[in-house]
Design a protein around this ligand. Structure first.
Ligand SMILES: [Zn+2]
Length: 206
């Protein structure tokens, strides 16, 4: 693996995950430590970034990763797209983070009440049609919903679908040639998580 320059202080995947979850704990308790960065911090960051984790999250305005993980400027490399779906451009961003920034931890972060997942369920079970480009986005979600029981109560069905969608994105990352190779090296971790929208609590998927 090639990283742009020497980054001896980059944390391992385990350390990065612990740091993320500790930050989420501070956020949930209402004890965040991050405030507006002083000008010298921004000036320092202008020289380069060294984020400790990469997060693929949803565009939903209620799940901003920096706030949820009490993280500062420069700490997280974040890709946000409705439904936290995989696509060629998303894969390129992830590859960039792994290759040039050297992050060891990759998190797919879904959330309760995800509108994109809800729309995919409506397309699947009710034949509902969205406008063309939204429909294209839903195609990235639908393969992950194959095992969702149409008889489930709506709320439970949504929760299952949100998790299934995170797992589908994870699977695409892990089963890519590069994902397999990097996982085999044993240094990176790819984890799935779901954010509880009413509290901001992030739960790791087993
Ligand atoms: Zn969403």
């Amino acid at each position: 693996m090639t990283i742009d320059d020497d980054r001896p202080d980059l944390p391992s995947a385990e350390e990065a995950l612990a740091r993320l979850m500790a930050g989420n704990g501070r956020f949930v308790r209402g004890e965040p430590t991050i405030s507006h960065p002083p000008r010298e911090v921004l000036a320092n960051l202008a020289r380069g970034q060294r984020p400790f984790a990469t997060i693929l999250g949803c565009s939903d305005s209620r799940v901003p990763p920096e706030l949820l993980f009490d993280a500062a400027f420069g700490e997280l490399f974040i890709i946000r797209v409705a439904g936290n779906v995989m696509s060629p451009s998303v894969a390129g961003s992830i590859q960039y983070a792994g290759t040039h920034l050297g992050t060891q931890l990759f998190m797919v972060l879904g959330h309760e009440g995800c509108g994109a997942v809800q729309a995919a369920l409506a397309a699947k079970f009710e034949g509902k049609q969205e406008r063309s480009r939204i429909q294209t986005l839903l195609q990235d979600i639908l393969p992950g919903l194959d095992d969702i029981d149409p008889q489930l109560a709506p709320r439970l069905q949504m929760n299952c679908a949100v998790e299934a969608n995170v797992r589908w994105t994870l699977r695409q990352m892990i089963e890519s040639p590069e994902g397999r190779e990097r996982m085999a090296e044993g240094q990176i971790q790819i984890v799935g998580a779901v954010c509880e929208i009413t509290t901001g609590q992030v739960r790791l998927l087993a």
